[in-house]
Design a protein around this ligand. Structure first.
Ligand code: 16G
Ligand code: ZN
Length: 527
C-alpha cells in the first residue's frame, strides 16, 4: 500500500475546502454538504483502517444528516456489532478530518503505526446513504477513500440508518441475524409482525390503518416497500413521500412534530383520533400523534412508546414465568409524568443518563431486558444473551414465551429503528385492543418547552448528574433553583447542544403559561 495514493486522491479530487475545526460528535460529523467531500473521503480511509484493526470485520458508513435541513449532510461509522464507533476512535476521526491535505499522508501513517494495523490484511466497508440530492456525490467520496487504501467496499444505495446497522451486524454474525440484504431485513421484520398478528388484524378499539409521515426521506421509500410485502395486515397511508417539491424534514417528520407539537404538512382530512406516525429523515426516530374531536393536537412521543413497551413486556414476561430484570433508561428530557408513571404504576426501575444514543444503549445493556427511549423518539429494547436463551427454553412449552421470541425478532436491537418500533407499537396496541385514546389515558404529560439560546461559547456550560445539574459557570445552578422553586412541579435544566452551536433550555410545569414563563426566566439566566 502506497500512502502517496491517499494524498494524491485527496489533493486532486477531495481537497479540504474548510479551515473550521469539525468534531466527531454524538451523531458523527455534520455540516453543510459542500464542505463534506474531504471529510467523506477521509472517513472512507478511516473505515478501512478500522476494519483492518478489527481483523477484517465489516465496518459500516452511513451518510445522512438525519433530521437536519436538506442542505446539511453528515457521516457516521458503525462498529462490527452494529454499535456506535468506539469513543477512542472518535478522537482519531476528529484528528484525521482536521489535518491539512499536505499532512494527510504522514498522519495516516501515524494512525497505522499507533494502532499496529497490518495494511496488507483484508478489510470490508459497507456504505449507505439517505436520499438527499448530494448524498450520491458524498458516497462516491467514501468509496474512493476505501479504494485509496485498496480495501473492499459494498454500496447499499439509499437505505435507512437502522438498515445499515442491520446489514453490518448480519454480515459479522454470519447469518445468525439474517443476511445483509434489504430483502432479508424486510423478511425478518414482516414475518415476525405477521406471526404476531396471527390473522387478527383488528381487535377491540384497535383499527389496522394509520397515516405515516415519511419526512420526505428514505423512511417514506422504505415504508412503500413494506406496504407491498405486508398483504394489508397493516394499511398505511404514506404522506410526505419525497416526490416532487417537498424537502426532507421541512415542516414534517418526527423532529418537527415533537418540537413544534404540531401535525406535519400535507395531512389529509381524517377522522378525529386517527392514529398518525412521523419518522425523521433517516428513519431512526418515531413519534405518534393525533387530533381529537375538539381539534386539539396530541403527541405520543418516545416516553409514551417506552412506557407502552415496558408495561407490555412486564406483563408478558410475568406470564412466561421466568425471572428477568427489566429496566428502563431515559434522559433528562423525559417528561416528569412519564417517569412518575414508570416508577409508581409500572414499578420498573428507571435510570437517567446523558443525551445521546450511546449512553442510553450502554446503560440498557446492564439489564436482562433494557428498554431505552429518548423523548424525541429514538430508542429500542436490548435483551441479554442469557435472557434470550431462557426465553427460548421457556418457548418450548409456554405460548407467551413464543410471543416474546417473535417480539425479539421484530426489534432491531442494534439501534433505534423507526419502522421496527412502529411495528412493535402496532403489535402491542393490537394485542391490547387499544386506540390512541386508550394509550393516552395512562398518564398526562406535564406541559413542557424547549428553547435554544445563542451564546458566545456554549462549552462554558458544564453539567453533571445526567445533565440535570449545571456545575459551571459557578452559581448558575443556584439561580436556576431559585427560579424553579416558584413553579408548581417546576423542573428545568440547561445543557450545551452536541449538534448545534446553542445552549438548550428545557422546562416543565403544571400549566402552559407557567412553563413558558419558567423557560423564559431560565433562558435569561443563561444569556
Ligand atoms: C444526536 C443523537 C440523539 C440526541 C441528539 C441531541 C445519536 C445517534 N443521536 O442526534 O440521540 O438526542 O443528538 O442533540 O446519538 P443535541 O445535543 O443537539 O440536543
Ligand atoms: Zn435520525
Amino acid at each position: 500500500i502506497n500512502l502517496r495514493t491517499v494524498y494524491a486522491f485527496a489533493r486532486e479530487m477531495y481537497p479540504k475546502n474548510s479551515k473550521e475545526l469539525i468534531q466527531y460528535g454524538t451523531a458523527g460529523f455534520r455540516g453543510k454538504a459542500e464542505y463534506l467531500d474531504s471529510v467523506m473521503f477521509r472517513m472512507g480511509v478511516l473505515a478501512t483502517l478500522r476494519s483492518r484493526y478489527r481483523e477484517g470485520a465489516v465496518i459500516g458508513v452511513m451518510i445522512t444528516a438525519s433530521h437536519n435541513p436538506e442542505p446539511d449532510n453528515g457521516v457516521k461509522l458503525i462498529d462490527p456489532k452494529g454499535e456506535m464507533l468506539e469513543s477512542s476512535w472518535e478522537k482519531i476521526a476528529t484528528d484525521l478530518v482536521n489535518v491539512s491535505d499536505q499532512e494527510l499522508e504522514q498522519h495516516v501513517g501515524q494512525i497505522i503505526k499507533d494502532n499496529q494495523i497490518d495494511v496488507t490484511s483484508s478489510s470490508y466497508v459497507y456504505v449507505g446513504m439517505d436520499n438527499r440530492y448530494h448524498s450520491p456525490r458524498l458516497l462516491k467520496a467514501v468509496a474512493d477513500g476505501v479504494i485509496a487504501l485498496k480495501g473492499n467496499v459494498r454500496e447499499f444505495g439509499i437505505v435507512t440508518t437502522p438498515m445499515m446497522h442491520f446489514f453490518v451486524v448480519a454480515a459479522n454474525t454470519k447469518e445468525a441475524y439474517g443476511k445483509p440484504t434489504e430483502e432479508s431485513y424486510y423478511e425478518k421484520l414482516i414475518s415476525a409482525f405477521q406471526k404476531l398478528r396471527n390473522g387478527r388484524v383488528e381487535n377491540g378499539n384497535y383499527r389496522n390503518s394509520l397515516i405515516y409521515d415519511g419526512a420526505n426521506g428514505v423512511g417514506a421509500r422504505k415504508m412503500l416497500q413494506f406496504i407491498k410485502r405486508m398483504n394489508n395486515s397493516l394499511c398505511v397511508t404514506v404522506i410526505n413521500q419525497g416526490i416532487g417539491y417537498g424537502k426532507i424534514n421541512e415542516d414534517c417528520g418526527a423532529d418537527h412534530v415533537k418540537v413544534k407539537q404540531r401535525a406535519p404538512v400535507s395531512m389529509p382530512a381524517v377522522e378525529p383520533f386517527t392514529r398518525c406516525v412521523s419518522v425523521d429523515g433517516d428513519a431512526d426516530r418515531v413519534v405518534y400523534f393525533y387530533t381529537d374531536d375538539e381539534e386539539q393536537f396530541h403527541l405520543l412521543d418516545g416516553d409514551r412508546i417506552a412506557t407502552l413497551v415496558a408495561g407490555y413486556l412486564m406483563d408478558l414476561i410475568k406470564r412466561c414465568e421466568i425471572d428477568l430484570r427489566i429496566g428502563l433508561v431515559q434522559t433528562a428530557y423525559a417528561n416528569g409524568a412519564s417517569t412518575d408513571y414508570i416508577v409508581n404504576e409500572l414499578k420498573v426501575p428507571v435510570s437517567c443518563v446523558p443525551t445521546g444514543v450511546k449512553h442510553l444503549h450502554h446503560k440498557a445493556l446492564e439489564y436482562d431486558v433494557g428498554i431505552y427511549f429518548e423523548a424525541n423518539g429514538h430508542g429500542t429494547i436490548v435483551f441479554s444473551d442469557s435472557a434470550k436463551s431462557l426465553i427460548a427454553e421457556a418457548a418450548k412449552t409456554n405460548e407467551n414465551a413464543k410471543t416474546l421470541l417473535l417480539i425479539i425478532d421484530l426489534i432491531n436491537e442494534t439501534v433505534g429503528d423507526a419502522i421496527s418500533d412502529m411495528l412493535l407499537v402496532e403489535t402491542i396496541l393490537n394485542h391490547k385492543g387499544w386506540d390512541v385514546k386508550d394509550w393516552s389515558a395512562a398518564y398526562s404529560d406535564l406541559p413542557n418547552q424547549q428553547l435554544k439560546i445563542s451564546v458566545q461559547d456554549r462549552n462554558v456550560i458544564k453539567t453533571t448528574d445526567a445533565e440535570r445539574v449545571c456545575v459551571e459557570p459557578q452559581g448558575l445552578q443556584e439561580e436556576i433553583n431559585k427560579v424553579v422553586a416558584n413553579y408548581k412541579r417546576g423542573r428545568s435544566f440547561v445543557r450545551p447542544s452536541g449538534t448545534e452551536d446553542v445552549v438548550r433550555v428545557y422546562a416543565e410545569a403544571t400549566t402552559k403559561e407557567d412553563v413558558q414563563q419558567l423557560a423564559y426566566e431560565v433562558g435569561r439566566l443563561v444569556q
